[in-house]
Design a protein around this ligand. Structure first.
Ligand code: 5AD
Length: 374
Protein backbone atom coordinates (compact mmCIF):
# COMPACT_ATOMS: atom_id res chain seq x y z
CA UNK A 1 0.00 0.00 0.00
CA UNK A 2 0.91 3.61 -0.52
CA UNK A 3 2.30 5.18 2.69
CA UNK A 4 3.47 8.70 1.95
CA UNK A 5 1.53 10.48 4.68
CA UNK A 6 3.68 12.04 7.29
CA UNK A 7 1.20 14.32 9.01
CA UNK A 8 -0.05 13.03 12.34
CA UNK A 9 -3.42 11.33 11.99
CA UNK A 10 -6.36 13.47 13.03
CA UNK A 11 -8.70 11.70 15.43
CA UNK A 12 -12.34 10.98 14.69
CA UNK A 13 -13.41 12.92 17.78
CA UNK A 14 -11.47 15.97 16.64
CA UNK A 15 -13.13 15.85 13.22
CA UNK A 16 -16.49 15.41 14.93
CA UNK A 17 -15.89 18.58 16.95
CA UNK A 18 -15.13 20.54 13.76
CA UNK A 19 -18.35 19.24 12.21
CA UNK A 20 -20.17 20.42 15.32
CA UNK A 21 -18.87 23.96 14.76
CA UNK A 22 -16.03 23.80 17.26
CA UNK A 23 -13.10 24.38 14.92
CA UNK A 24 -10.77 26.85 16.69
CA UNK A 25 -11.71 30.26 15.27
CA UNK A 26 -15.02 29.00 13.90
CA UNK A 27 -16.19 28.24 10.37
CA UNK A 28 -14.32 31.19 8.83
CA UNK A 29 -11.05 29.78 10.17
CA UNK A 30 -12.01 26.29 9.00
CA UNK A 31 -12.64 27.58 5.46
CA UNK A 32 -9.43 29.61 5.56
CA UNK A 33 -7.30 26.67 6.63
CA UNK A 34 -8.97 24.28 4.18
CA UNK A 35 -8.40 26.71 1.34
CA UNK A 36 -4.74 27.13 2.35
CA UNK A 37 -4.30 23.34 2.11
CA UNK A 38 -6.14 23.37 -1.22
CA UNK A 39 -3.69 25.93 -2.62
CA UNK A 40 -0.73 24.03 -1.28
CA UNK A 41 -1.76 20.54 -2.35
CA UNK A 42 -3.91 20.84 -5.47
CA UNK A 43 -3.56 24.49 -6.53
CA UNK A 44 -6.06 27.26 -7.11
CA UNK A 45 -7.42 25.89 -10.40
CA UNK A 46 -10.96 24.58 -10.52
CA UNK A 47 -11.31 21.53 -12.76
CA UNK A 48 -14.45 20.86 -14.72
CA UNK A 49 -16.15 17.62 -15.65
CA UNK A 50 -19.09 17.96 -18.03
CA UNK A 51 -21.77 15.77 -16.44
CA UNK A 52 -23.84 13.72 -18.86
CA UNK A 53 -26.71 11.93 -17.16
CA UNK A 54 -27.23 9.52 -20.03
CA UNK A 55 -29.88 7.18 -18.68
CA UNK A 56 -32.34 7.17 -15.79
CA UNK A 57 -33.16 3.48 -16.11
CA UNK A 58 -32.15 1.80 -12.87
CA UNK A 59 -32.36 -1.64 -11.33
CA UNK A 60 -31.67 -0.40 -7.81
CA UNK A 61 -34.20 0.79 -5.31
CA UNK A 62 -32.24 3.14 -3.03
CA UNK A 63 -34.99 4.59 -0.88
CA UNK A 64 -33.77 8.20 -1.10
CA UNK A 65 -33.39 8.38 -4.88
CA UNK A 66 -35.83 10.00 -7.28
CA UNK A 67 -34.95 7.67 -10.18
CA UNK A 68 -34.94 4.43 -8.20
CA UNK A 69 -36.47 1.42 -9.89
CA UNK A 70 -39.88 1.77 -8.25
CA UNK A 71 -40.19 5.54 -8.77
CA UNK A 72 -43.31 6.10 -10.81
CA UNK A 73 -43.83 9.82 -10.59
CA UNK A 74 -41.58 12.79 -10.86
CA UNK A 75 -41.39 16.04 -8.96
CA UNK A 76 -44.57 17.99 -9.77
CA UNK A 77 -46.54 14.78 -10.19
CA UNK A 78 -45.84 13.95 -13.83
CA UNK A 79 -44.99 10.41 -14.75
CA UNK A 80 -41.27 9.63 -14.74
CA UNK A 81 -40.26 8.87 -18.29
CA UNK A 82 -37.39 6.48 -18.56
CA UNK A 83 -34.78 7.33 -21.18
CA UNK A 84 -31.37 6.37 -22.48
CA UNK A 85 -29.53 8.78 -24.74
CA UNK A 86 -28.31 7.33 -28.02
CA UNK A 87 -24.63 6.73 -28.65
CA UNK A 88 -24.60 9.68 -31.06
CA UNK A 89 -26.29 11.99 -28.56
CA UNK A 90 -23.70 11.18 -25.91
CA UNK A 91 -20.78 11.63 -28.30
CA UNK A 92 -22.23 14.95 -29.49
CA UNK A 93 -22.44 16.08 -25.87
CA UNK A 94 -18.84 15.00 -25.35
CA UNK A 95 -17.81 17.21 -28.26
CA UNK A 96 -19.63 20.11 -26.63
CA UNK A 97 -17.52 19.53 -23.53
CA UNK A 98 -14.38 19.80 -25.67
CA UNK A 99 -15.65 22.97 -27.34
CA UNK A 100 -16.31 24.47 -23.92
CA UNK A 101 -12.69 23.78 -22.94
CA UNK A 102 -13.59 21.08 -20.40
CA UNK A 103 -10.81 18.53 -20.32
CA UNK A 104 -13.00 15.86 -18.75
CA UNK A 105 -16.50 14.51 -18.61
CA UNK A 106 -18.50 12.24 -16.34
CA UNK A 107 -20.84 9.60 -17.71
CA UNK A 108 -23.54 8.96 -15.12
CA UNK A 109 -26.64 6.77 -15.19
CA UNK A 110 -28.82 4.51 -13.13
CA UNK A 111 -27.33 1.13 -12.36
CA UNK A 112 -27.83 -1.74 -14.80
CA UNK A 113 -25.58 -4.73 -15.21
CA UNK A 114 -26.94 -6.35 -18.36
CA UNK A 115 -24.37 -7.36 -20.94
CA UNK A 116 -26.03 -5.08 -23.49
CA UNK A 117 -25.85 -2.04 -21.20
CA UNK A 118 -22.17 -2.60 -20.40
CA UNK A 119 -21.42 -3.15 -24.10
CA UNK A 120 -23.18 0.11 -24.85
CA UNK A 121 -21.15 2.10 -22.30
CA UNK A 122 -17.88 0.51 -23.41
CA UNK A 123 -18.66 1.46 -27.01
CA UNK A 124 -19.52 5.02 -25.99
CA UNK A 125 -16.27 5.36 -24.01
CA UNK A 126 -14.25 4.11 -26.98
CA UNK A 127 -15.94 6.49 -29.36
CA UNK A 128 -15.49 9.47 -27.07
CA UNK A 129 -11.81 8.66 -26.64
CA UNK A 130 -11.22 8.57 -30.39
CA UNK A 131 -13.62 11.32 -31.44
CA UNK A 132 -12.58 14.00 -28.94
CA UNK A 133 -8.87 14.08 -29.73
CA UNK A 134 -7.70 17.59 -30.54
CA UNK A 135 -4.38 19.39 -30.57
CA UNK A 136 -4.99 20.51 -26.98
CA UNK A 137 -6.35 17.13 -25.88
CA UNK A 138 -4.21 14.62 -27.79
CA UNK A 139 -5.53 11.73 -25.70
CA UNK A 140 -9.13 12.87 -25.89
CA UNK A 141 -11.40 13.85 -23.00
CA UNK A 142 -10.71 12.41 -19.58
CA UNK A 143 -13.64 10.14 -18.74
CA UNK A 144 -15.11 9.40 -15.33
CA UNK A 145 -17.70 6.66 -15.17
CA UNK A 146 -20.46 6.64 -12.57
CA UNK A 147 -22.80 3.73 -13.30
CA UNK A 148 -22.86 1.90 -9.98
CA UNK A 149 -21.69 -1.56 -9.06
CA UNK A 150 -20.64 -3.76 -11.96
CA UNK A 151 -18.73 -7.00 -12.37
CA UNK A 152 -14.95 -6.95 -12.21
CA UNK A 153 -14.84 -7.85 -15.89
CA UNK A 154 -17.06 -4.90 -16.76
CA UNK A 155 -14.84 -2.52 -14.81
CA UNK A 156 -11.85 -3.88 -16.68
CA UNK A 157 -13.51 -3.45 -20.05
CA UNK A 158 -14.42 0.15 -19.24
CA UNK A 159 -10.86 0.82 -18.13
CA UNK A 160 -9.40 -0.81 -21.24
CA UNK A 161 -11.76 1.27 -23.38
CA UNK A 162 -10.16 4.40 -21.93
CA UNK A 163 -12.20 5.47 -18.89
CA UNK A 164 -9.71 6.25 -16.17
CA UNK A 165 -11.78 7.47 -13.23
CA UNK A 166 -14.71 5.83 -11.48
CA UNK A 167 -17.09 7.33 -8.96
CA UNK A 168 -18.94 5.04 -6.58
CA UNK A 169 -20.31 6.62 -3.47
CA UNK A 170 -20.47 4.55 -0.32
CA UNK A 171 -23.42 6.86 0.65
CA UNK A 172 -22.62 6.29 4.35
CA UNK A 173 -19.81 4.30 5.94
CA UNK A 174 -22.16 3.20 8.73
CA UNK A 175 -23.36 -0.28 7.67
CA UNK A 176 -26.55 -0.07 9.77
CA UNK A 177 -27.55 3.24 8.25
CA UNK A 178 -26.66 1.89 4.80
CA UNK A 179 -28.99 -1.07 5.46
CA UNK A 180 -31.85 1.26 6.42
CA UNK A 181 -31.50 3.22 3.18
CA UNK A 182 -31.27 0.33 0.76
CA UNK A 183 -33.19 -2.86 0.05
CA UNK A 184 -31.59 -5.98 1.46
CA UNK A 185 -30.17 -7.07 -1.88
CA UNK A 186 -27.95 -3.97 -2.00
CA UNK A 187 -25.18 -4.81 0.44
CA UNK A 188 -22.67 -2.52 2.10
CA UNK A 189 -19.96 -5.17 1.82
CA UNK A 190 -20.50 -5.45 -1.94
CA UNK A 191 -20.06 -1.69 -2.32
CA UNK A 192 -16.85 -1.82 -0.34
CA UNK A 193 -15.56 -4.75 -2.36
CA UNK A 194 -16.38 -2.85 -5.56
CA UNK A 195 -14.27 0.11 -4.43
CA UNK A 196 -11.31 -2.16 -3.78
CA UNK A 197 -11.70 -3.85 -7.16
CA UNK A 198 -11.81 -0.53 -8.98
CA UNK A 199 -8.58 0.53 -7.34
CA UNK A 200 -6.87 -2.76 -8.10
CA UNK A 201 -7.76 -2.35 -11.78
CA UNK A 202 -6.04 1.03 -11.84
CA UNK A 203 -8.89 3.52 -11.83
CA UNK A 204 -8.66 6.80 -10.03
CA UNK A 205 -11.39 6.08 -7.53
CA UNK A 206 -13.88 8.49 -6.07
CA UNK A 207 -16.40 7.93 -3.35
CA UNK A 208 -18.57 10.02 -1.08
CA UNK A 209 -21.58 10.24 1.16
CA UNK A 210 -24.80 12.14 1.65
CA UNK A 211 -24.79 14.63 4.51
CA UNK A 212 -27.72 15.14 6.88
CA UNK A 213 -29.35 11.77 6.34
CA UNK A 214 -32.09 10.84 8.79
CA UNK A 215 -30.46 8.90 11.62
CA UNK A 216 -26.92 10.05 10.75
CA UNK A 217 -24.78 11.45 13.56
CA UNK A 218 -21.79 13.79 13.48
CA UNK A 219 -19.74 10.82 14.58
CA UNK A 220 -20.93 8.89 11.50
CA UNK A 221 -19.80 11.75 9.28
CA UNK A 222 -16.42 12.02 11.01
CA UNK A 223 -16.07 8.27 10.51
CA UNK A 224 -16.94 8.76 6.82
CA UNK A 225 -13.87 10.97 6.44
CA UNK A 226 -11.73 8.34 8.14
CA UNK A 227 -13.26 5.82 5.78
CA UNK A 228 -12.19 7.90 2.76
CA UNK A 229 -8.70 7.90 4.17
CA UNK A 230 -8.72 4.20 4.96
CA UNK A 231 -9.58 3.21 1.40
CA UNK A 232 -7.06 5.79 0.12
CA UNK A 233 -9.66 7.52 -2.09
CA UNK A 234 -8.42 9.79 -4.88
CA UNK A 235 -11.60 11.82 -5.32
CA UNK A 236 -14.49 12.78 -3.10
CA UNK A 237 -17.98 13.84 -4.12
CA UNK A 238 -20.49 14.51 -1.41
CA UNK A 239 -23.38 16.80 -0.78
CA UNK A 240 -26.39 17.42 1.39
CA UNK A 241 -29.13 14.83 1.55
CA UNK A 242 -32.32 16.20 0.06
CA UNK A 243 -35.69 14.57 0.38
CA UNK A 244 -37.04 13.36 -2.92
CA UNK A 245 -40.24 14.79 -4.33
CA UNK A 246 -43.36 15.19 -2.20
CA UNK A 247 -45.86 12.37 -2.01
CA UNK A 248 -47.72 12.35 -5.28
CA UNK A 249 -49.36 9.52 -7.13
CA UNK A 250 -47.67 6.27 -6.28
CA UNK A 251 -44.60 7.89 -4.68
CA UNK A 252 -45.08 7.94 -0.95
CA UNK A 253 -42.67 10.04 1.05
CA UNK A 254 -41.58 7.72 3.80
CA UNK A 255 -41.71 9.75 6.98
CA UNK A 256 -38.52 8.14 8.24
CA UNK A 257 -36.70 9.61 5.26
CA UNK A 258 -37.24 13.18 6.40
CA UNK A 259 -33.99 14.68 7.68
CA UNK A 260 -34.10 16.17 11.15
CA UNK A 261 -31.77 18.95 10.04
CA UNK A 262 -33.04 22.14 8.42
CA UNK A 263 -31.71 22.90 4.96
CA UNK A 264 -29.41 25.70 6.17
CA UNK A 265 -28.01 23.30 8.77
CA UNK A 266 -27.42 20.70 6.07
CA UNK A 267 -25.59 23.27 3.97
CA UNK A 268 -23.41 24.34 6.89
CA UNK A 269 -22.63 20.74 7.73
CA UNK A 270 -21.82 19.93 4.10
CA UNK A 271 -19.36 22.82 3.91
CA UNK A 272 -17.72 21.70 7.14
CA UNK A 273 -17.47 18.17 5.72
CA UNK A 274 -15.73 19.47 2.60
CA UNK A 275 -13.28 21.50 4.66
CA UNK A 276 -12.59 18.69 7.11
CA UNK A 277 -12.04 16.26 4.22
CA UNK A 278 -9.56 18.68 2.68
CA UNK A 279 -7.69 19.00 5.99
CA UNK A 280 -7.55 15.24 6.55
CA UNK A 281 -7.03 13.90 3.02
CA UNK A 282 -5.20 16.95 1.66
CA UNK A 283 -4.24 16.13 -1.95
CA UNK A 284 -7.46 14.56 -3.28
CA UNK A 285 -9.88 16.13 -5.74
CA UNK A 286 -13.08 17.23 -4.03
CA UNK A 287 -16.21 18.19 -5.96
CA UNK A 288 -18.57 21.01 -5.07
CA UNK A 289 -21.68 19.04 -6.01
CA UNK A 290 -24.95 20.08 -7.61
CA UNK A 291 -26.84 19.22 -4.42
CA UNK A 292 -25.11 22.14 -2.65
CA UNK A 293 -26.74 24.46 -5.13
CA UNK A 294 -30.14 22.88 -4.56
CA UNK A 295 -29.99 24.26 -1.02
CA UNK A 296 -28.43 27.62 -1.72
CA UNK A 297 -28.03 29.61 -4.95
CA UNK A 298 -24.30 29.97 -4.28
CA UNK A 299 -23.83 26.61 -2.63
CA UNK A 300 -21.25 25.40 -5.11
CA UNK A 301 -19.13 28.54 -4.81
CA UNK A 302 -19.28 28.10 -1.05
CA UNK A 303 -18.06 24.53 -1.56
CA UNK A 304 -15.06 25.89 -3.49
CA UNK A 305 -14.32 28.36 -0.70
CA UNK A 306 -14.32 25.49 1.81
CA UNK A 307 -11.77 23.40 -0.07
CA UNK A 308 -13.43 21.84 -3.13
CA UNK A 309 -11.54 22.06 -6.46
CA UNK A 310 -13.84 20.34 -8.96
CA UNK A 311 -17.19 21.34 -10.48
CA UNK A 312 -19.42 19.17 -12.62
CA UNK A 313 -21.52 21.42 -14.85
CA UNK A 314 -24.55 19.56 -16.17
CA UNK A 315 -24.31 18.87 -19.92
CA UNK A 316 -27.32 16.56 -20.16
CA UNK A 317 -29.60 17.71 -23.00
CA UNK A 318 -32.28 20.05 -21.64
CA UNK A 319 -35.17 17.86 -22.80
CA UNK A 320 -34.02 15.02 -20.51
CA UNK A 321 -33.12 16.95 -17.39
CA UNK A 322 -36.63 16.89 -15.96
CA UNK A 323 -36.45 13.11 -15.85
CA UNK A 324 -33.20 12.96 -13.89
CA UNK A 325 -34.33 14.50 -10.64
CA UNK A 326 -32.56 12.52 -7.94
CA UNK A 327 -33.98 14.83 -5.29
CA UNK A 328 -36.32 17.77 -4.77
CA UNK A 329 -35.27 21.23 -6.06
CA UNK A 330 -32.46 20.02 -8.31
CA UNK A 331 -31.07 23.15 -9.98
CA UNK A 332 -30.38 23.90 -13.67
CA UNK A 333 -33.31 21.76 -14.86
CA UNK A 334 -34.60 24.41 -17.25
CA UNK A 335 -31.19 25.44 -18.54
CA UNK A 336 -29.51 24.14 -21.63
CA UNK A 337 -25.86 23.16 -21.68
CA UNK A 338 -24.75 26.42 -23.33
CA UNK A 339 -26.24 28.34 -20.40
CA UNK A 340 -24.53 25.97 -17.96
CA UNK A 341 -21.17 26.49 -19.66
CA UNK A 342 -21.30 30.29 -19.43
CA UNK A 343 -22.83 30.26 -15.95
CA UNK A 344 -20.12 27.92 -14.63
CA UNK A 345 -17.31 30.03 -16.07
CA UNK A 346 -18.85 33.22 -14.65
CA UNK A 347 -19.33 31.67 -11.23
CA UNK A 348 -15.74 30.48 -10.97
CA UNK A 349 -14.26 33.73 -12.25
CA UNK A 350 -16.65 35.58 -9.95
CA UNK A 351 -14.86 34.12 -6.96
CA UNK A 352 -11.44 34.83 -8.47
CA UNK A 353 -10.40 31.25 -9.17
CA UNK A 354 -8.75 30.17 -12.44
CA UNK A 355 -10.23 27.29 -14.46
CA UNK A 356 -8.16 24.28 -15.48
CA UNK A 357 -9.01 24.46 -19.19
CA UNK A 358 -8.27 21.62 -21.62
CA UNK A 359 -6.64 19.38 -19.04
CA UNK A 360 -7.88 16.22 -17.39
CA UNK A 361 -7.27 17.66 -13.94
CA UNK A 362 -6.37 14.34 -12.37
CA UNK A 363 -6.24 13.95 -8.63
CA UNK A 364 -2.73 14.82 -7.39
CA UNK A 365 -3.22 12.11 -4.79
CA UNK A 366 -3.55 9.56 -7.57
CA UNK A 367 -0.50 10.89 -9.38
CA UNK A 368 1.56 10.61 -6.20
CA UNK A 369 0.17 7.15 -5.54
CA UNK A 370 1.31 6.07 -9.02
CA UNK A 371 4.79 7.50 -8.52
CA UNK A 372 5.31 5.62 -5.25
CA UNK A 373 3.41 2.35 -5.61
CA UNK A 374 3.51 -0.39 -3.00
N1 5AD B 1 -30.30 13.61 -1.87
C1 5AD B 1 -29.00 13.87 -2.12
N2 5AD B 1 -28.23 13.11 -2.91
C2 5AD B 1 -28.81 12.08 -3.53
N3 5AD B 1 -28.32 11.15 -4.36
C3 5AD B 1 -29.31 10.31 -4.72
N4 5AD B 1 -30.45 10.67 -4.12
C4 5AD B 1 -30.17 11.76 -3.35
C5 5AD B 1 -30.92 12.56 -2.48
N5 5AD B 1 -32.20 12.31 -2.24
C6 5AD B 1 -26.91 11.05 -4.69
C7 5AD B 1 -26.36 9.71 -4.22
C8 5AD B 1 -25.85 9.06 -5.48
C9 5AD B 1 -25.62 10.26 -6.37
C10 5AD B 1 -25.58 9.96 -7.83
O1 5AD B 1 -26.69 11.12 -6.07
O2 5AD B 1 -25.29 9.93 -3.30
O3 5AD B 1 -24.69 8.30 -5.31
Amino acid sequence: MHEPRTEPAISTSEIESWLGGEYPGGDAALAHDAYAVTLQEVGSEVHLRGLVEFSNRCNCDCRYCGIRKSAGTQEGGSRLQRFTLSEDEIVTTARRCVEAGYGSMTLQSGERRSASFVRFVVRVVRRIKTETRTSVLPKGLGITVCIGEQSEESYRRLFDAGAHRYLLRIETSNPDLFARLHPRCQRFDDRLEALHRLKAIGFQVGTGVMIGLPGQSLKDLAADIQFFRSIDADMIGMGPYLERSLPVGTDELDTDLVSRLSRPDRLRLSLRMIAATRLVLRDVNIAATTALQAISPHGREAGLAFGANVLMPIMTPKTRRGNYLLYHDKPCVDEDSTACVSCTVARIHGIGRPIGMNTWGDSPHFERRMRSPA
